[in-house]
Design a protein around this ligand. Sequence first.
Ligand code: ASP
Length: 594
Amino acid sequence: MRSVYCGGLNASNIDQEVTLCGWVDRRRDHGGVIFIDLRDRDGIVQVVFDPDGEENFALADKVRPEYVLQVTGKVRARSESTVNRNMPTGEIEVYGTQLQILNTAETPPFQLDAYTNVGEDVRLTYRYLDLRRKDMQRNLVMRSKITSAIRNYLDANGFLDIETPILTRATPEGARDYLVPSRTQEGKFFALPQSPQLFKQLLMVSGFDRYYQIAKCFRDEDLRADRQPEFTQIDLETSFLNEDEIMSITENMIRKVFKDLLNIEFGEFPRMPYSEAMEKYGSDKPDLRIPLEMIEIKDLMKDVEFKVFSGPANDPKGRVTAMKVPKGGEIPRRTIDAYTKFVGIYGAKGLAYIKVNDKDDLEEGLQSPIVKFLPLDVRKAILERVGAENGDLIFFGADSYKVVSEALGALRCKLGEDLNLYTCEWAPLWVVDFPMFEETSDGGLTALHHPFTAPSCSPEELQANPATALSRAYDMVLNGTELGGGSIRIHNQDMQQAVFRVLGISEEEQREKFGFLLDALQYGAPPHGGLAFGLDRLVMLMVGADSIRDVIAFPKTQTAACVMTDAPGDVDKKQLDELHIRLKAKPQPAASEK
Ligand code: ASP
């Protein structure tokens, strides 16, 4: 029906006859001449109808925004005075000779040409209209280009695209499972995969060597900021490659995608141990565009009388740290108050600070509500350690290790944004040498990545000192976002069982949940490892969107619902009966009672 896309037209098409199909973006009546901006996924072009073409003109008079049209016409140059330099097709227009209205449209519930002032709920309810907007079209086109570039790269590097099941057993990645009741096996449930982790490992046992999949994953999490219950991973697994080789292949992939699609060159990614990332940036995904660092001052605070500092300083699980903001002395008091509230979100009970007015006058030159609690030698030592200059501001964190790291880590990012401290546009890195386990709130241990990650030590050492064991895991981080993570896996049964034991998983439970994996490890499992990238986050960063919802065609809301289809929805009793399910909240009469 069409010969060319609207957005594809330019001066080289002048004098050609073209047929366009698209939506009416705008219609204007200029004293007897009707201008229609016709839009398709490629862009917008101006079409002109004048009264000479009588029938067409009458039709053109009837069209309204979002009507669907087929237009045939001749491309012509615009007169010098009407050229629109802001429009890619602004040098030309199409003089319409035939017009067909393919469909009419109701007035849309919101303007499609403006991005502001539309509540997200409305946008998501009419997502098919929201997706007609330029930004959303651009995002999804970019997403498609990214996946295509990734497939090409992986194909060229010998990776095979293999699908794994969606109806499966639990694959632990630290979230709740989405469950699907079985109709044929009463009382049993499938779980939707939190990731293809175990299947991709089994594919390595089968000898496929290099696997990838652009895979949907499902995690029923309490939706913290910008998570989706279903999201997409670029999932990879390889055999006979060590961590350096896996990092190199995947780093090259990301480098190539950025170069090919955005013409951005990344140098080699630096590597940073987890311990350093936590110590300096309070985060395992540090945003290295921001030049602020946390500096430990625990040793300086052990003997001060001020309990807020000396308490955590003498607690092995405590942390006391300082973060200097160069020239931060200009930050107004009310902004500091707002930051105090902000760190409260992360559990910090306050936010101590010192404004350095005159670093040589330890009595009068330091402006701060807390400085009076600190002896002069401690004041001096702090200033020296952080390298303070006059005009700087020093923030302090004193609490448990977790609270201080999270609170000051988040404050660091907020300061970076608020004060525009970024030193570069892109800062990729690898974080390596993660601990195997982290402590849970009840004092137990849980896998920091997942329980199939190989430790850097022997099973015996692991069992002797699980809390300090490191793993062979690696995360790729870009601008403070975890783009991907993976590890070398355990490929023998003894080690796998040692990890399960540390996690307190009984032999019986091991067999029940992971018997198939433990068996497979006994039939010649090769050394293997891999990684998964979050596709949604990658696209979000590459298009500069604020949320992953803006790069997913049909995302869920913060309450894990789809407002357009009204999912999750009710299910009728017959279907529930077939699934052997009776609802607790809305009790139905049991089949036998009828
Ligand atoms: N399955 C892991 C995840 O979803 C990634 C990996 O270890 O390859 O985070």
